[in-house]
Design a protein. Structure first.
Length: 516
């Protein structure tokens, strides 16, 4: 395959928040996976499982969404604050978790985790079984600087300073588990909740620091013959605007049609189905972006909304990842292994999000620990980093860089996918090359318009694409530095550089290049 990269044809800045994570009270994502409690025999720091915390410290997730997902719609934040022995015990039925919920991990534990990791918290409020007053109090508890009763309660719970939580989700998948609403019923609810959000500013001229996120569609799927985005925005144009900053689309790559296909057992057909499936997100997000902007144009024309300043809403992918059929029956709930097949789709998804960074500003992998597209798996006291963890680590270098255009110069069908980003000075080029062929290696010819040196190459691959990391064999699939002299052959001519790069079958590769 021949690709050429023109560092001058830029797409936009890659918001680090495209590398976000999602954690939920589901299965052993939080309880057991992230949180074991201070009295646990499992090594922990103030109750956070140490091995998980260390992995997250290395990963530095820019944003973390919590407490759900579906769970958010049954979550009452007051159950999870204050002295541990006084917290409520409830029952968690979410996705057949079927566990007692002692609420020992609550708002303060989540927000301290975000502080430890330097992550922006995104809290999804309970729109289904909670109230506007409950939401408002939660926001006050987290963010109020003035010494109100709720601010004093936060101080009594060990955090005097406001946490400054900016991102608030209003509803989750409201077309399904979040209320089986129509766009109009959701809009009516959304307006009540969003209009009641405090601004936490005492400067009347300051724009609000709070960021309201509306529940968006399920991919491109119409629900109950309703076109979600068109109808939601058309409805929005009938009113003066409530705060709305982001629109949260969810996309799962469903692998549920073949009973014989499991997370670790698949043939070439199953491999190709899952790879192709993840790529659908690119068209979906572009369609949704267009529909949102058509909707915003309606708002601009609307007489009712005409004094509104709403000209832009961010597109967010609040949940994405592979969902294999066995996850439905898994114990703990929704736990699935992660092979090279999942690592490849994780890489391709990050590539397509980064390539569309002029449209998408935030995205969260579903989910970080022990649920679906995991980065971390735990079993009792043992902790395993999956190949997905390595992909996210390899891609960290893209955060804050500028995405650039990558053009394919050949007509042949190829399973190799490329993405590139460049730093502000136009010197440091980072190229992702993913060979999505299950069994064949590939050669890529990379054409650059200037002289260049390949500094390093990192590769994630395994001799068998079904390989995964287990507690018995935790490092079967690990990214490694490749000797560039053996894998990349560079020639320069006419001021340009051509790089011939050898890629193993079923591999994710990143090339660090310096342009001269
Ligand atoms: O990530 C698992 C679940 O998938 C979430 O709780 C829900 O929002 C989605 O349907």
């Amino acid at each position: 395959m021949v690709v050429s990269i023109d560092p001058n044809r830029t797409i936009g800045r890659i918001d680090p928040k495209l590398h976000g994570q999602f954690i939920e009270f589901l299965g052993e994502c939080i309880d057991g996976g992230l949180w074991v409690g201070e009295d646990s025999p499992i090594e922990n720091e103030h109750g956070y499982r140490k091995a998980t915390l260390d992995a997250l410290r290395a990963l530095e997730p820019p944003v973390i969404r919590w407490p759900g997902g579906c769970y958010a719609d049954t979550y009452h934040w007051r159950d999870g604050i204050g002295p541990k022995e006084e917290r409520k015990t409830t029952f968690n039925e979410n996705f057949a978790t079927y566990e007692l919920d002692d609420h020992s991990f609550g708002t303060d534990e989540f927000l301290r985790l975000c502080e430890l990791l330097g992550a922006e918290p995104w809290i999804n409020i309970n729109m289904l079984s909670g109230t506007v007053a409950e939401m408002k109090d939660w926001m006050e508890y987290c963010n109020r600087e003035q010494p109100t009763d709720l601010a004093k309660e936060r101080e009594a719970n060990g955090h005097k300073a406001p946490y400054g939580v900016k991102y608030w989700g209003i509803g989750n998948e409201v077309w399904a588990g979040g209320g089986t609403m129509t766009p109009q019923t959701y809009l009516d609810e959304y307006r009540r909740f969003a209009s009641a959000m405090p601004s936490f500013t005492t400067d009347v001229f300051a724009s609000t620091q709070m960021y309201a996120i509306a529940s968006g569609p399920d991919g491109n799927k119409p629900r109950e013959r309703v076109k979600w985005t068109e109808d939601f925005f058309r409805g929005l144009a009938q009113y003066r605007q409530p705060p709305i900053n982001g629109y949260d689309l969810h996309f799962y790559n469903w692998n549920v049609d073949n009973d014989a296909d499991t997370p670790t057992e698949f043939d070439e057909n199953g491999w190709n189905t899952v790879i192709r499936g993840c790529l659908e997100l690119e068209d979906i997000l572009q369609d949704q972006w267009r529909l949102m902007n058509n909707g915003l144009a309606l708002i601009q024309e609307s007489e009712v909304a005409m004094d509104s300043k709403l000209t832009h809403v961010d597109l967010i992918i609040g949940e994405w990842g592979n969902w294999h059929k066995t996850a439905f029956f898994a114990r703990p709930a929704l736990k699935q292994q992660v092979t090279m097949r999942d690592a490849i789709t994780t890489a391709l998804t990050l590539d397509l999000l980064q390539r569309n960074c002029d449209k998408v500003t935030m995205a969260c992998n579903a989910q970080t620990i022990n649920v679906l597209n995991s980065l971390i798996l735990t079993e009792g006291g043992r902790t395993v980093l999956t190949p997905n963890f390595d992909v996210f680590m390899m891609y960290k270098a893209h955060r804050g860089m500028t995405a650039v255009d990558v053009a394919r110069n050949d007509s042949e069908d190829s399973d190799v996918y490329a993405f590139a980003s460049i730093d502000e000075e136009g010197k440091r080029l980072l190229v992702d090359l993913t060979n999505a062929h299950m069994s064949d290696g590939a050669e890529v010819i990379l054409q650059l318009p200037c002289e260049a040196d390949v500094e390093s190459m990192e590769t994630l691959a395994s001799s068998d694409p079904h390989d995964c990391n287990t507690v018995e064999h935790p490092d079967v699939v690990r990214a490694r530095d490749i000797d560039v002299n053996g894998a990349v052959y560079a020639t320069t001519a006419g001021g340009g550089t051509q790089l011939r790069v050898q890629l193993p079958a079923a591999s994710v590769n990143t090339l660090h290049v310096t342009l001269r």
